[in-house]
Design a protein around this ligand. Sequence first.
Ligand SMILES: Nc1nc2c(ncn2[C@@H]2O[C@H](COP(=O)(O)OP(=O)(O)O)[C@@H](O)[C@H]2O)c(=O)[nH]1
Ligand SMILES: [Mg+2]
Length: 180
Amino acid sequence: MVLQQYKIVFGGTMGAGKSAAIKTLSDIGVISTEAVNTDTQSHQKALTTVGIDYGEISLDDSTKIGLYGTPGQGRFDFMWSIVCKGAIGIVILIDHSSSQRLKDLEFYLNAFENLGTNIVIGITHLDLQHDQKLKIYRDWMQIYKKDFPLFAVDARKKDDVLLLIETLITKLEIQPAIML
Ligand SMILES: Nc1nc2c(ncn2[C@@H]2O[C@H](COP(=O)(O)OP(=O)(O)O)[C@@H](O)[C@H]2O)c(=O)[nH]1
Ligand SMILES: [Mg+2]
């Protein structure tokens, strides 16, 4: 018998991993709803839909925690206060691979600090940081119209260097004319 039901809210940017986090924690199939924005006074688009996820995790026989994912976009912040009512804690997820990551952190902390004091921050997509670091090279190549494959490698790692060699060979196979 469930004696206590608590609530934890997940906030943060779109794509940060709120739905993924709830899905991975939940004992039940996650319910994802599309809620219609009825707050037309502050938000013009009456039919804008927002995604809210709901999952549950049982810590023991008598404690169940409802996991609520909030819509990420700032224009739905009016919903955050509704969802946070009565929550025992808030998880803020920040996508490290976003160039806005610190601005995101500031924005979501400012918003959720007003809605609760028990807050934990999760930085996600750290495994993609190579891509983030490579972005300056990719941007440069785009500006100067250079179209070359680009990878993050550790020159001490055989597999990494092999990838460079294999890429060269693959390119040769596709376009034999480029042979030097
Ligand atoms: N590479 C990587 N992908 C992640 C990570 N966390 C979440 N994702 C993926 O990022 C995508 C967006 O996550 P989602 O949970 O839908 O974000 P939400 O908009 O916050 O609900 C999904 O494909 C997730 O599987 C992470 O740490 N690394
Ligand atoms: Mg989601």
